[in-house]
Design a protein around this ligand. Structure first.
Ligand SMILES: [Zn+2]
Length: 308
């Protein structure tokens, strides 16, 4: 295989050069013939890759044979990943392996509450086959941090939702679940542990301050987590997410449009009331409804001019 790849890279370079040569008739020569044969080799290698892919696809679906009848079963997570990698190869293109690459990094952190009664219950939930949900981290009320997936893996925590123009939040984010029944305050021990984890993630993956958000931010019609007691202000003071200047709020100018401001912040405004509710749950924390008061607008304006 390595030999093939070497030939392919040379072949690609030569193929480009040969296009130029073709316009100069007298120079059609041994070098032209050589590059043509290399182009043929690329095509051959591409065919082989496609053939391999087809075989592997069949193998992954056909798990066993029972008296000549094919028996199917659900693929394991490892098999699913392998299958996904295979489908990432574009069959209509030629293939020449590049050698410089690594994993894509997360660029958002999404914070959740579990709506369950214990860390153990949540861990169990993420290990049951039928639930189809997971997150990278679970943090207990006692500050215990449990990692359940590699940071580079795509957890299933965000679901349908968007933030700005990012429509596949699972692909772009780390999910952190805080053990919480959906109503209680979050103990300091739990938040202290969260802040340490956020610090690590922010430094390791260079995640921007604005990209530490809540589940309700990206799915305001479906979700309300983390609940109204979550200390976003404390997080913002440490550089995770944003907060406003409570002592110096000013009336927004006459042409300030709150709906546009929310959209620019990232909210999906297809349901404005839901987005406003999410905004108020996070920054206002009282009278969580779909209507912006004069003070709410001043808060929004302060955030808008400070960070956007
Ligand atoms: Zn959630």
């Amino acid at each position: 295989m390595e030999k093939w790849v070497g030939v392919l890279v040379l072949g690609l370079l030569c193929a480009c050069a040969s296009n130029k040569v073709r316009t100069q008739q007298p120079l059609v020569s041994a070098s032209q013939q050589k590059s043509d044969s290399l182009t043929a080799l690329i095509k051959e290698e591409s065919k082989l890759l496609q053939k391999d892919t087809v075989l592997l696809e069949v193998e992954s679906d056909t798990i066993s044979e029972d008296n000549g009848n094919t028996v199917f079963r659900e693929l394991t997570p490892e098999e699913k990943l392998a299958e996904q990698k295979r489908t990432g190869i574009n069959k209509s293109a030629n293939w020449a392996s590049a050698i410089h690459y690594d994993n894509r990094k997360p660029n958002f952190v999404i914070i959740h509450h579990t709506s369950q009664n214990s860390t153990a219950q949540t861990v169990r939930t993420f290990q049951l086959a039928h639930t189809k949900v997971s997150s990278h981290y679970v943090i207990g009320r006692d500050g215990q941090v449990i990692q359940m997936l590699n940071d580079y893996d795509r957890a299933w925590h965000a679901g349908k939702g968007k933030w700005g123009s990012v429509t596949d939040m699972n692909s772009a984010s780390i999910g952190i679940e805080l053990d919480n029944n959906g109503r209680d305050p979050f103990p300091d021990t739990q938040i202290d542990a969260l802040l340490v984890l956020l610090d690590t993630l922010k430094n390791k993956y260079l995640i921007p301050q604005l990209n530490f958000i809540g589940h309700a931010d990206i799915a305001p019609t479906r979700k309300d987590d983390p609940n109204v007691n979550f200390p976003w202000k404390r997080l913002a003071e440490r550089g995770f997410g944003i907060w406003y200047n409570e002592d110096f709020l000013v009336e927004p100018p006459y042409n300030f449009n709150p709906i546009d401001a929310l959209k620019i912040m990232g909210y999906d405004m297809s349901n404005p009331e839901a987005a406003i509710r999410a905004f108020k749950r996070k920054y206002i924390r009282t009278e969580v409804n779909g209507v912006l008061t004069a003070r709410d607008k001043a808060v929004l304006y302060d955030l808008y001019r400070k960070y956007y």
